[in-house]
Write a protein that binds this ligand. Sequence first.
Ligand code: F6R
Length: 384
Amino acid sequence: EKGGFKHFMLKEIMDQPNAMRNALRGRIYQPVDAAPDVWEIKLGGLEKAKERAVDGRSPLERMAHASRLIIAACGTSWHSALIAKCAFEKLAGVPTEVEYASEFRYRKPLICQSDCLIAISQSGETADTLEAIKMAKQYKALTIGIVNVVGSSIARETDAGMYLHAGPEIGVASTKAFTCQVIAVLLMALRLGKQLGTLSEEMLHTYCAALSAVPDSIEEWLKSLTEQTRVISKYFRLATNALFSGVGIHFPVALEGALKLKEISYIHAEGFPAAEIRHGGITLIRNFVPVICIAMRHDPAYEQTKQVVSDFRAKDAAVVVITDQGNRDFDQVAQFVVQCPETKLELQPLISCVPLQLLSYYIADMRGCSIDQPRNLAKSVTVE
Ligand code: F6R
């Protein structure tokens, strides 16, 4: 059932192009009778749910006019939520807040009827996320689920939502569910942008075309990426600490890279926004400490990030830069450069997270760790 792979985690990493295609299927398409560059987005669970309409408005219309979106999630799903915030605000212009479900539920937050709470969860069973939904419902806020497991508690408890269609995720460390969550929130952001008119038709078509091309480009890239990440992993397998940096929409990817590494290889790891390291974490940088930096040319603070990367190198850190195809800016300062296939900046997390997943996987494997079932960790945390 591992399909010839040594672990479910590796199978699930390699399955991502297919999982993403399934997450996109039927939701993003080119109408047969339209011009060749015209795309449509349809999110049945949010648009069609007539029986769930309130005052004649579908969940999508209520979301679009919510006073704010509040996303509650835990762990990896919380990282997708941070990416969602960037996408919702940039593409749809909707104010969005992100909460750890566990913090949110115990803090007695201010919630009003015009708010919309979005719960992101692979399992649909995480106790804190479920409680956050119940709390939002007490205040009559609209609740939306982004869930992988069909018929799970969160899917049933929310007013409407989207399934990921990622297929079953067996490895405890989340991989394909994460990328499919990112697909789901990008689709939602684009659909909201269309609804509200914040995205022009032309921009919408450009994003849709780019999004539909992502699974193929990852599939092609994986052929060489596995070998490259294996070489880097060999170099880092004995590390005791590692740092991950990224700016803007890549900061959550850095957090996710750090979580994956600590989760399965037991190497202490931290993610931070590039410039923020100057405010404390820089003391950890020394000889051979791996620093994995995501630095894309379209990132808002690219020039500053380049400076930070040179500073790391000057302190003898072992720097890996994850960057765009053909970017030679880091050839002199990085030990390793991983070049990602090109896409639009907001879609880039779908791609830039993949080498980080593979690095964690190979490092953990070289250290002989129990990859699919890391110590002390459960696939879904149903205790409170
Ligand atoms: C990390 C991981 C966990 C989960 C978290 C939330 O790889 O799997 O951090 O993301 O426990 O779980 P779900 O998404 O099922 O609510």
